[in-house]
Write a protein that binds this ligand. Structure first.
Ligand code: DQA
Length: 151
């Protein structure tokens, strides 16, 4: 069974109460639950994790490589715009990943326009609220499926 890791960066533990006009009313638990059901139905094992700590996220990415995770769906949150260290962790782990955002950072403040991840991601989904995750998990499942048929 292929393993998919759903990784959430800082402040996303506050979804459902944090800046709801931008990030929506769905909680992180609801988003994780929907992603787990979606993955279960496709025969993919999903693990979800949120951390406010850059160092924890780096360690989780290193561990994902050791645990034979096939792909990561990652919302780096504010680290999107700041973290060379997380970018390097993904490059070191050589794990394919999809970058996901609830909002569309390109339509927001200029400091959100640059991502340290987009150019090394398989793809980016942003701007659809909680549905961004649903679309990203669907894309990941499809990518894993085509990956296994080309083996
Ligand atoms: C975010 C966008 C980031 O700019 C912001 O710092 C977040 C959330 C999103 O999902 O829209 O925390 O990644």
């Amino acid at each position: 069974m292929k393993k998919l890791l759903l990784l959430h960066g800082p402040n996303l533990n506050l979804l459902g109460e944090r800046e709801t006009p931008i990030y929506g009313a769905r909680t992180l638990a609801e988003i994780d639950q929907a992603a787990a059901s979606q993955s279960d139905a496709a025969g993919v094992k999903l693990t979800s994790l949120q951390s406010n700590s850059e160092s924890d996220l780096i360690n989780v990415i290193h561990q994902a490589k050791k645990d034979d995770v096939s792909m990561i769906v990652f919302n780096p949150a504010a680290f999107t715009h700041t973290s060379v260290a997380l970018r390097d962790a993904l490059l070191a782990a050589e794990l394919p990943f999809i970058e996901v955002h609830l909002s569309n950072p390109a339509s927001r403040e200029p400091f959100r326009h640059h991502s340290f991840f987009s150019d090394i991601a398989i793809g980016v989904v942003s701007g659809f609220g909680a549905r961004s995750y649903q679309l990203a998990v669907q894309a990941a499942i499809g990518w894993l499926d085509s990956d296994s048929t080309s083996e």
